[in-house]
Design a protein around this ligand. Structure first.
Ligand code: PLP
Length: 370
């Protein structure tokens, strides 16, 4: 399989400009509409706000450029995760999920899908292919997994699932299309929370599903229309605006994460570190093969839960917050949500602060007893 190519940030910036008529605004207008002027035959025209909105379409076009696929916008990452599960599964189907991925996906399977007759199994992301994929209608992958940052070989998994007659869905939230390209690696569907780095300013929730298979995209679009799981136009407008700086922000975030991870790895207060960009990380070879960037999330383990809380509280450039991918660096002790991690495990989400200023603040907080 050829190495994935990154999407062009310059093309992204000029997607709209190339379609403009004289006198139209360069920036995307925000269209708020439930009704459209629709005399006569409605076929081929925007009809109603649950199925059509030009602001969504512009955001989908931008996401479609980034994924080199057709993208369907959803009002949150979970709405995007749920869409293929509800649009494509039927009673009697079996699903494979990561045991160490985003916990709400497992809850959805447990609380809702199981009740509808869809059974599921869990497997750790490291070693996800062990045991094979026979009998699974859909295999859901998250690499790097949130929060543990384990990896699996997406191309290997997708090939195995395809040979067994199933579909591979990859949650690419932690990487974005500038960091990893699951569809290029053979996945059938990619889902993502655009609440994170694509939105990037911690002020919207949004998500998308993308695929290169028109039948799968049609099923996902129908699900959105029938379920009414539609994004608000204003949030879609904000996402469209944020996508224009995604590559710039991600570049800064990943570079800074690399510098910070290297220094944290030798800091005496740090007991363990996970960052796929570190040559010593046990998934580093796979990361270099399948990821375009090493990411902006770092998993670090301090001596205890109290030490982790003290570190987060003491750092002037850390916002103690759940979620990640914003311009402001944030950190969270994941044990407080019951994730299967050590009490002192902190998910550090690097933002856009200059690396040296950020490191000085992190270092000061660690040395103050973190
Ligand atoms: N997938 C992953 C990997 C996530 O980390 C999250 C949120 O943290 C989601 C999906 C859900 O996204 P949202 O909060 O936008 O619904």
């Amino acid at each position: 399989m050829p190495n994935p190519e990154p999407p062009s940030p310059a093309e992204l910036l000029h997607l709209r400009g190339r379609t403009l008529e004289k006198g139209e605004p360069i920036a995307l207008p925000l269209t708020l509409a439930s009704m459209y002027h629709l005399p006569g035959d409605p076929a081929g025209f925007p009809g109603y706000g649950r199925s059509d909105n030009p602001t969504w379409e512009a955001a989908e076009k931008a996401l479609g450029h980034l994924e080199a696929a057709e993208a369907v916008l959803f009002p949150s990452g979970m709405a995007a995760v749920a869409a293929p599960l509800f649009a494509l599964l039927a009673a009697g189907d079996r699903v494979l999920l990561p045991s160490d991925g985003y916990y709400t996906t497992r809850l959805l399977a447990d609380r809702v899908l199981a009740r509808l007759g869809v059974t599921f199994d869990l497997r750790p992301t490291a070693g996800f292919a062990e045991g094979g994929f026979a009998g699974y209608r859909l295999v859901f992958v998250e690499s790097p997994s949130n929060p543990g940052l384990d990896l699996c070989d997406i191309a290997d998994v997708a090939a195995g699932v395809r040979a067994a007659g199933g579909l591979t869905v990859v949650d690419n939230t932690t990487m974005t299309p500038f960091g990893q390209r699951p569809l290029d690696l053979g996945a059938d569907i990619v889902v993502a929370s655009d609440t994170k780095a694509p939105g990037g300013h911690s002020d919207i929730l949004m998500g998308h599903v993308a695929s290169r298979d028109p039948a799968l995209v049609a099923a996902i679009r129908e699900w959105r229309k029938l379920s009414g799981s539609i994004p608000g136009p204003f949030e879609a407008w904000l996402l469209h605006r944020s996508l224009e700086t995604l590559e710039l922000r991600l570049d800064r975030m990943c570079r800074t994460a690399g510098i910070v991870a290297e220094r944290l790895a030798t800091h005496p207060a740090v007991r363990a570190i996970r960052y796929p960009g570190l040559p010593k990380d046990h998934a580093h070879n796979l990361a270099t093969r399948q990821m375009l960037r090493p990411g902006f999330l770092i998993g670090l383990t301090l001596a205890s839960g109290a030490a982790a809380d003290a570190f987060i509280a003491a750092c002037r450039f850390l916002r103690p917050a759940t979620s990640f991918g914003g311009v402001h660096t944030s950190a969270e002790r994941r044990d407080r949500w019951g994730d299967a991690v050590a009490p002192g495990f902190v998910r550090l989400a690097i933002g856009c602060e200059p690396a040296e200023e950020l490191w000085a603040a992190l270092e000061a907080a660690l040395s103050a007893g973190g």
